[in-house]
Design a protein around this ligand. Structure first.
Ligand SMILES: *Cc1c(COP(=O)(O)O)cnc(C)c1O
Length: 398
């Protein structure tokens, strides 16, 4: 069997993997129904049901399924009217998809720092940027340094924890910015009792294999604005104006989810609340076992948050723990435990070197120290204990 360091390869049998999907409900039954009825492609009752179920779960009127979460972000930006040479505020510490999606519509991300406690987009720095670096002109807000129009903010609720949305939404309202929530890592999380994905003008979800629920690959855009939902439906199905004569007035995309994938999604969504409970139990166990370890800081949950702890992550302080996060990762690998750093901060990404960053420091420190630990929904508490004990055993305090 191949080693776990090969991307996409299943970890060897006695390796505790970072995260693997959990498929223990009606998945077989619903997919069999697709095959038995011949409804396997991009229309069918599971697509409709998956969209309706997710919309209901979030408490949003409309949801449109897409082929993945990145496509969902692309569509949200497109129908929000983000145009070439506009700018969109994106946190630096996140997976690259939201920044790439901004480029797909020809706009530019402006990278923002994260706050040090929960590692989410820092709304105070967003406010400082808008007040200090931007000006009103011709009915629009312009970035003085680039002379581009700042149109939207794309907060990403990373690792299962919500962004502090109230100050951000206040700032957005004051400056007329559209808010598109990237909720791909935090389906089911709550901010002051409100569902993540229900606060901005639009929200995007992902059902990639590593997310809390999966369709193999898939995504969704949710919004209360019917006009936007209809447009997304139109653009994701090749912008077909006359389906019989194949007339298209605009450039569209083939971004629809298939009925087979949606069948998987329906079965997964039925189990989401159990999965969240499981993730929270994993986080509790890790936090209890690791909180006394010098130099290990388990991720936190804000008093105003219900986190889903999608990817359980700790910060490793080299001076106290005795080695840095990457050395710990390699040592865990030898003990057959798969751990991983977070994403390279996007303002340092070669792919986005032409984009602007605003006073970023915290994102870099968290990136240097962070390490995610195994936390599959189905992982046993014995395995969690083994991981925690190994982290304790490996420590080399001075
Ligand atoms: C997973 C993820 C996405 C979407 O990913 P897809 O693989 O395209 O579904 C977008 N943003 C963030 C922050 C993610 O983690």
């Amino acid at each position: 069997m191949s080693t776990s360091s090969e991307p996409g390869a299943p970890p060897s049998e006695d390796m505790i993997p970072l995260t693997v999907p959990e498929l223990r409900g009606n998945e077989w039954k619903y997919i069999k129904e697709c095959l038995d009825t011949n409804w396997v492609s991009s229309a069918g009752r599971f697509v409709d049901r998956f969209e309706a179920s997710l919309a209901e779960y979030i408490g949003i009127r409309h949801a449109v399924a897409t082929v993945n979460g990145t496509a969902a972000l692309h569509m949200a930006l497109l129908v929000a009217g983000i145009e070439p040479d506009d700018e969109v505020l994106v946190p630096s510490l996140t997976f690259i998809a939201p920044a790439n999606a901004v480029r797909y519509v020809g706009a530019w991300p402006v990278f923002m720092d994260v706050e040090p406690t929960y590692w989410q987009m820092d709304s105070q720095k967003v406010l400082d940027f808008l007040e200090g670096e931007c000006q009103w002109r011709d009915g629009g807000l312009y970035n003085k340094a680039t002379d581009r129009r700042v149109k939207a903010a794309l907060p990403v609720h990373i690792l299962g924890h919500p962004v502090d949305m109230d100050p951000l939404m206040e700032v957005a309202r004051k400056y007329g910015l559209v808010i598109i929530e990237d909720a791909t890592e935090s389906l089911g999380a709550k901010y002051k009792g409100r569902m993540v994905g229900s606060m901005g003008e639009m929200a995007c979800f992902s059902f990639n294999g590593n997310k809390i629920i999966t369709t193999g690959g898939g995504g969704m855009v949710a919004t209360n604005r019917e006009e936007w939902a209809q447009k997304i439906r139109y653009y994701t199905t090749q912008a077909k104006d006359d389906p019989q004569e194949y007339v298209h007035r605009e450039i569209g995309y083939n971004y629809r989810l298939t009925n087979i994938q949606a069948a998987l999604g329906c079965a997964q969504l039925e189990q989401l609340n159990d999965y969240i409970a499981q993730k929270r139990q994993i986080a509790d166990a890790y936090s209890a076992q690791l909180k006394e370890v010098p130099g290990i800081q388990p991720m936190l949950e804000a008093p105003w948050a219900d986190s889903i702890f999608w990817l359980f992550t700790v910060l490793v302080d080299e001076s106290q723990y005795g080695m840095d996060s990457r050395s710990l990762m390699r040592q865990l690998e030898q003990e057959k435990i798969q751990a991983r750093p977070l994403w390279q901060p996007l303002h340092l990404s070669p792919a986005h070197k032409q984009s602007m960053a605003y006073r970023i420091s915290v994102a870099e420190e968290i990136h240097r120290k962070a390490l995610s630990l195994p936390c599959s929904v189905g992982v046993g508490m014995d395995d969690i204990r083994r991981v925690a004990e190994t982290v304790i055993k490996i420590a080399e305090p001075k």
